[in-house]
Structures are given as structure tokens and as C-alpha cells.
Write a protein that binds this ligand. Structure first.
Ligand code: ATP
Length: 302
């Protein structure tokens, strides 16, 4: 019977999504695509979330059967730790995050949370346990309050206000003529990249998940905004297992462990200091990015 209702469910979802005027049509179709692929195992129980200990055991994956993207990944992410994943473009960093959220299933090995294979539990319970702060936040054409409350069904106005404070956007919202009732999105107030990210952080705080995935924005924020947001993120990482998909190394220095992914394999791992000492790929990337920062500063000073 659930087979029969799934398409209906999806139609309802599409209708609501269109009605709300979601801006990013591309991501909507991505989601529909995934809805069709992943199905709960019959009689799957909900995830019993404990501390949030995440493990990748020999994980293999390819979007197409003839092209492996991840080639046997072993990761042990202790509960409450912050792990950063770095590596060249196309190495498979975002793919790790997509697999954890079960947008796709692994083709080899397994991913567990507190000892449970994520394919054996309901998707709803898995996704309730994981908060994602994406690279680009999709805002609904609705109020800023609605956009934050979207993090969890039934969130109260007090919880929304507390989340806004946690994301350091409460002052900005109070300065708006209609406060939390101000309409945002394409047909409302346009928010800057940094403000949108703060809405995403607030949305995640409302959800209050034990596991966090931060997909760092590749789009350039000015360095002051970036530093401010970084401080907010570090505050919300406390007490949660956090995986940071990082594009800039300057933001991963504080991580408990850094994983260097290259061509679908873990090439190096350790703390920032350990990896610098190793004088391998990470040390090379660090030197290159430091040089780029210096060049940028020189240009700015001219
Ligand atoms: P970046 O730093 O550029 O974001 P990444 O390390 O996060 O890169 P992924 O997005 O995980 O890389 O992609 C890994 C590989 O998988 C890339 O070669 C990419 O082209 C491919 N890939 C990503 N998404 C899909 C998809 N939906 N279908 C087919 N191939 C894909």
C-alpha cells in the first residue's frame, strides 16, 4: 500500500513546494529524483540515536556503475567530534555527505550511526537526526520566521527567536520593519549570502540535531563576514558530531581531525599540525592557499 501512496505523497509535496514558491527549481528536481530511489526497508525501525558516533566501513560508491567515486572509505568519527573533509575538487567530499543523509545508498560497505546501518532504519528518523547547513540556502517566498521554523515541524515562536539569537541574526531581524514577519526570498526582501547562511544556521538550531553536516560555501563571502560566521558555526558544533566539507583550509584548523580525500580514497588524516609535519598533500594545499591569501592581500593593498 505504501508503494501506492508514495507517488501521491510526492505530488502533495511538489504542490506545496510550488505553492510556497521555492526559488531553486534545480534542487527541487534533484530531490524528486532521490525520493524515487531510496525506500525504507520493510518494517524498518527508527534510528535509536545515542551520542552520534558515525562510522564509514569500507564504503564504496559510484553515481554510475562504471565510474567509482568512493573507493573503500574507512572513517571513525567519535561522538561530539568535529571532522573536516578536504581535498581537490571532485574528490568526493560532498558525496560523503549525500550518502550519510541517504540521498543515495552505498554500493559497498556500510555507514553506521551508533552501531546501526543507516539503510536498516527509517529515512525520516535518519534525516531528523542530521542537520545540514548547505552551500546555498534555498529561501521560501515567505516570512523570515517561517524560513527558520521550517527546521522542525511544530517549532514555537520562542524556539525560532532563540535559534535566531544562536545564529547571530536576531539583531538584524529586529531591525526589519516587520521583524520575523518580514517576507524574504525572490518576492520579498533580498538577503545577502551571509544573511542567508545565518538563516540556514538558525533553521538547523531549531532542528537541534545530534549530527551536523556543514557544506562550506564556495561562493566568496567577504573575510569579515566569513570570520563572523565561522565563529557562529564553531559555537553550534559544540556537543554535536560535526562533519565539515571544507573548500578553504583556513576554516578547518580547529577540527579534531582532518581527512584528506583524493580520488575517492583517504590519502591522509590527522590534526592540522600533524598534517603540516607530514609534508604531504595537505601541507602542499596549505602552502598554496597561504600564497593565494598573500597575493590577494597584496592586490587589495595596491
Ligand atoms: P567540490 O570540492 O568541487 O565540491 P567534491 O569533492 O565535493 O568537489 P563531489 O561533489 O563529491 O566532489 O563529486 C565527486 C565526483 O562525483 C565528481 O567527479 C562529480 O562529477 C561526480 N558527481 C557528483 N554528483 C554527481 C551526480 N549526481 N551524478 C553523476 N556524477 C556526479
Amino acid at each position: 500500500l505504501s508503494q501506492l501512496f508514495r507517488p501521491l505523497d510526492m505530488l502533495g509535496w511538489v504542490y506545496r513546494t510550488i505553492r510556497q514558491g521555492v526559488i531553486d527549481m534545480g534542487s527541487m528536481f534533484d530531490l524528486i529524483d532521490t525520493h524515487a530511489e531510496i525506500v525504507d526497508a520493510p518494517g524498518a525501525p527508527p534510528l535509536a540515536v545515542g551520542e552520534g558516533h558515525v562510522r564509514f566501513e569500507n564504503v564504496a560508491f559510484g553515481y554510475d556503475p562504471d565510474r567509482q567515486i568512493l573507493k573503500g572509505i574507512d572513517l571513525d568519527i567519535p561522538a561530539g567530534a568535529t571532522v573536516a573533509v578536504v581535498g581537490p575538487s571532485g574528490a568526493g567530499k560532498s558525496t560523503l555527505a549525500r550518502l550519510m543523509y541517504r540521498f543515495y545508498d552505498v554500493t559497498g560497505g556500510r555507514i553506521t550511526i551508533d552501531g546501526q546501518d543507516i539503510r536498516a532504519v527509517t529515512q525520516g528518523s535518519l534525516r531528523a537526526a542530521i542537520g545540514i547547513v548547505p552551500q546555498d540556502t534555498v529561501l521560501f517566498n515567505d516570512t523570515i520566521g517561517y524560513n527558520i521554523a521550517y527546521g522542525r515541524e511544530g517549532a514555537t515562536p520562542d524556539e525560532v527567536a532563540a535559534a535566531a539569537r544562536g545564529a547571530a541574526i536576531a539583531g538584524f531581524i529586529q531591525s526589519l520593519p516587520d521583524g520575523f514577519d518580514t517576507r524574504v526570498g525572490e518576492r520579498g526582501l533580498k538577503l545577502s549570502g551571509g544573511e542567508k547562511q545565518r538563516v540556514a544556521i538558525a533553521r538547523t538550531l531549531v532542528k537541534n540535531p545530534p549530527i551536523l553536516i556543514l557544506d562550506e560555501a564556495t561562493s566568496a563571502l567577504d573575510s569579515r563576514t566569513e570570520a563572523d560566521i565561522q565563529a557562529t558555526l564553531e559555537a553550534i558544533e559544540r556537543g554535536r558530531t560535526t562533519i565539515v566539507i571544507a573548500h578553504r583550509l583556513s576554516t578547518v584548523v580547529h577540527a579534531d581531525r582532518i581527512i584528506v580525500l583524493e580520488a575517492g580514497r583517504v590519502a591522509e588524516q590527522g590534526t592540522h599540525v600533524e598534517l603540516l609535519r607530514r609534508q604531504g598533500i595537505y601541507a602542499e594545499m596549505w602552502a598554496r592557499q597561504a600564497q593565494e591569501r598573500e597575493d590577494g592581500e597584496e592586490i587589495a593593498a595596491e
